[in-house]
Design a protein around this ligand. Structure first.
Ligand code: NDP
Ligand code: 8X3
Length: 259
């Protein structure tokens, strides 16, 4: 079924690590040409070199901070002129901190809102505009179970992901009458750099998140993304929730070490 992806052109945000990197690898493996983006250019360049060596695809690294609307406009518009895009993976995102709202950091809030919500908007506006002109395209937005069920200290992160879910539904409304498809993936615990970022390098705290059970891997999410993207053109998989078998919701997590 992944034959359908061969030769397509995809842009992945947040491709320097974790889920975005894994999706980039899977897309390249399926024969997609890529523009991979993120802030850490050296990681993008290394990944682009590796994928071009291994697969017969073109991979362009593009350093881009999604929180900067001018930078997104300038860099993405130029890239889109040369690269009419079939697939957009809106994956760049982060959580910062786990404090109750009244102890929250304004700087954390702004970075989460600017990245997870506004960054996704800046990128989508340009890409969806081009997709509408070409009357084709598939956008996958990275949501989270945090956008469906609130948990203590999740406040602003949960709110940004709930907004991503609602925005995906709204984008689907806006795409009525076109061949553009929009889907959201809502994962539970995936072991990536996510918790290192959230706890700002406190390894004891970040490692504790994944102790006592088998979390999802970035590759598990990439496999799901490819399944969604490779569906026939009349099939629009709008929302998928995925968790480790040991996890049933943010509060029910079996850490007995048996699953
Ligand atoms: P990682 O920390 O491993 O990767 C995050 C990616 O986002 C990096 O490539 C990073 O690139 C990029 N990014 C962060 N800020 C910016 C920015 N301002 N501009 C451009 N890129 C940025 O985490 P994950 O792979 O786990 O997270 C990917 C997505 O999945 C996020 O949206 C996250 O909320 C979501 N998610 C994660 C879950 C998990 O448990 N891990 C569960 C549910 C959802 P760079 O730093 O180089 O800019
Ligand atoms: C990441 C999953 O539950 O840590 O979105 O918020 S969670």
């Amino acid at each position: 079924m992944y034959e359908r992806l061969k030769g397509k052109r995809a842009i992945v945000t947040g491709a320097t690590a974790g889920i975005g990197e894994a999706i980039s690898r899977r897309l390249a493996g399926a024969g997609c040409h890529l523009v991979i983006t993120g802030r850490r250019i050296e990681r993008l360049e290394a990944l682009a070199r590796e994928l071009e060596e291994q697969q017969a695809v073109a991979v362009t690294p593009l350093s881009m901070d999604v929180t900067d609307p001018q930078e997104v406009e300038a860099k993405l518009s130029t890239a889109l002129e040369r690269f009419p895009v079939d697939i957009l993976i809106n994956n760049a995102g982060l959580a910062l901190g786990l404090e109750p709202l009244d102890k929250g950091s304004l700087e954390h809030w702004e970075r989460m809102i600017d990245t997870n919500l506004k960054g996704l908007l800046y990128v989508s506006r340009l890409v969806m505009g081009q997709m509408r002109k070409r009357n084709t395209g598939h956008i996958l937005n990275m949501g989270s179970i945090a956008g469906e069920t609130a948990y203590p200290g999740g406040n602003v992160y949960c709110a940004t992901k709930a907004a991503v879910h609602m925005l995906s539904d709204a984008m689907n409304c806006d795409a009525l009458g076109t061949r553009i498809r929009i889907g959201t993936l809502a994962p539970g615990a995936v072991e990536t750099e996510f918790s290192d970022v959230r706890f700002e390098g406190d390894r004891d705290r970040s490692q504790a998140v994944y102790e006592g059970y088998t979390p999802l891997s970035a590759e598990d999410i990439a496999d799901l993304a490819l399944y969604v993207l490779a569906a026939p053109e009349h099939v629009n998989i709008q929302h998928v929730r995925i968790m480790p078998t040991a996890q049933r919701n943010p509060f029910q997590l079996d850490r007995s070490g048996t699953i």
